[in-house]
Design a protein around this ligand. Structure first.
Ligand code: FAD
Length: 462
């Protein structure tokens, strides 16, 4: 029987990062993973393959819409879907192999198979029981559906099936206007599918800044996606090759049907904890299926920790990674810390959407007096040069102290721009601190500085 200081269950961004940090801190570490490859949802069927397809189809969009304007003439590229999927798989393979290399480098044992916890201090993989002073559960999440809609990963697909469709659908119905639905919807819209998004609420990307939501939906409509809002999907019926989707409009209860070649169910994800034996162990689970932890990622059972999508909080890879590092540090007797107030959220469409901190709606609800500094990418020379003048940076700062409280960006490189604000918020920066920082010209980042200037005496280029 092998003995470890730490066994991590699950090798997604939460688990593999926790394992690496444990090993770096001198703990004898193993990581259990049931998949054929390391990297979890994120590397195999999430963040990375979706970004590969977003990149490829963005190039196609540029060729079709902007090349001729720049004097790049000639035949537009045609789509070889199988080759595009091969490129995507290659990107995934490079990344999952990279984690294997890091495991070897850090002398982490990969225990291949599905793990369970027969008792605190023990992890069973196959027939073997391994001993561990500490166990970190990083078992992640799985797609969830809604009543009346059964995912078959053929006609009715989750994000996993949508990343690997046999052919590009003529008509794609997307249930849910959240991040995953819109990212994958825009991939297929760029590939020529007719994409119809059906959303229960009256807004897309719930929880985001209202102005960003409106602007984003307008841009996606311009790109050819259509939206049916306030619609409750009742059922999806399938034949061998088609789907018929029935929904009711919430405003008048009227029933409608649409036909589609493929239906993408993007109604969220739920924690995956099957087969771990948590109930028998007495590990507390919330009504939403999340493993309950304290602020040091400890469950109620001594020696068992949990992180990532399997616990409360935003289901994001970087949140899981931060918790992985922090939990490892707690186990090693150090001070693990995650600042949940400064976790950026990004949508990798074109343009990108990014936000961190509070929205105006939240500040109003909390009764915090704030000011808004806004700057449109239309006033940013670099954005205009690359056909990305749509969108804006909106910075929110405390009315009295000028401290940055939140930032919401829709525009080119938003997913990278947001980190300037994250660092600023971690250091307790004021809008003036950002405004007084010299930003290189011509960059998209200048729009962030201009928004900060707009919190004070005014932006220059507006
Ligand atoms: P996971 O990545 O889900 O990993 C858990 C691993 O544990 C899995 O590999 C599973 O096989 C394994 N496991 C579970 N139980 C056992 C067991 N009993 N024994 C052995 N192994 C087990 N997030 C972002 O931040 N940015 C993005 O751009 C982004 N894009 C996404 C796109 C899509 C299409 C999807 C579906 C998700 C996306 N996410 C994104 C979310 C992100 O993938 C998750 O938040 C992240 O993977 C969570 O990490 P985790 O380590 O908690 O769990």
């Amino acid at each position: 029987m092998a003995q470890y200081d730490v066994i991590v269950i699950g090798a997604g961004p939460g688990g593999y990062v926790a394992a690496i940090r444990c090993a770096q801190l001198g703990l004898k570490t193993a990581c259990v993973e049931g998949r054929e490859t390391l990297g979890g949802t994120c590397l195999n069927v999430g963040c990375i393959p979706s970004k590969a397809l977003l990149h490829a189809t963005h190039q196609l969009h540029e060729a079709e819409h902007n090349f001729a304007t720049m004097g790049l003439k000639g035949k537009s590229p045609s789509v070889d879907w199988d080759q595009m999927k091969a490129y995507k798989s290659d990107v995934v393979g490079q990344n999952t192999k990279g984690i294997e290399f890091l495991f070897k480098k850090n002398k982490i044992d990969w225990l291949k198979g599905w793990g369970s916890i027969p008792a605190a201090g023990q992890v069973k993989v196959g027939d073997e029981v391994h001993e561990a002073k500490n166990i970190i559960i990083a078992s992640g999440s799985e797609p969830s559906s809604i009543p009346g809609v059964e995912i078959d990963e053929n006609i009715v697909v989750s994000s996993t099936g949508a990343l690997d469709l046999k052919k590009i659908p003529k008509k794609l119905a997307v249930i849910g206007a959240g991040v995953i639905g819109l990212e994958l919807g825009s991939v297929y819209a760029r590939l020529g599918s007719e994409v119809q998004v059906i959303e229960f609420l009256d807004v897309i990307t719930p929880g985001m800044d209202t102005e960003v939501q409106r602007n984003f939906q307008k841009i996606l409509k311009k790109q050819g996606m259509t939206f049916t809002m306030g619609a409750a999907v009742q059922k999806v019926e399938t034949t061998k090759t088609k789907a018929k989707l029935t929904y009711k409009l919430r405003k008048d209860d009227s029933e409608h049907t649409i036909d589609a070649d493929t239906v993408l169910v993007a109604t969220g994800r739920k924690p995956f904890t099957d087969g771990l034996g948590l109930e028998a162990l007495g590990v507390e689970i919330s009504p939403r299926g999340q493993i309950k932890t304290d602020n040091q990622w400890r469950t109620n059972v001594p020696g068992i920790y949990a992180i990532g999508d399997a616990i409360d909080g935003p289901m994001l890879a970087h949140k899981a990674e931060d918790e992985g590092m922090a939990a490892a540090e707690v186990i090693a007797g150090k001070h693990g810390h995650v600042n949940y107030d400064v976790i950026p959220g990004v949508i990798y469409t074109a343009p990108e959407v990014a936000s961190v901190g509070k929205t105006e709606a939240q500040l109003k609800e909390e009764g915090v007096a704030y000011k808004v500094g806004k700057f449109s990418f239309m006033g940013n020379a670099r954005a205009k040069a690359v056909f990305q003048g749509d969108g804006f940076v909106k910075l929110l700062a405390d009315k009295e102290t000028d401290r940055v409280l939140g930032c919401h960006i829709i525009g080119p490189g938003a997913g990278d721009l947001i980190h300037e604000i994250c660092v600023g918020m971690e250091f307790g920066a004021s809008a003036e601190d950002i405004a007084l920082t010299c930003h290189a010209h011509p960059t998209f980042s200048e729009a962030v500085r201009e928004a900060a200037l707009a919190c004070g005496d005014g932006a220059i280029h507006m």
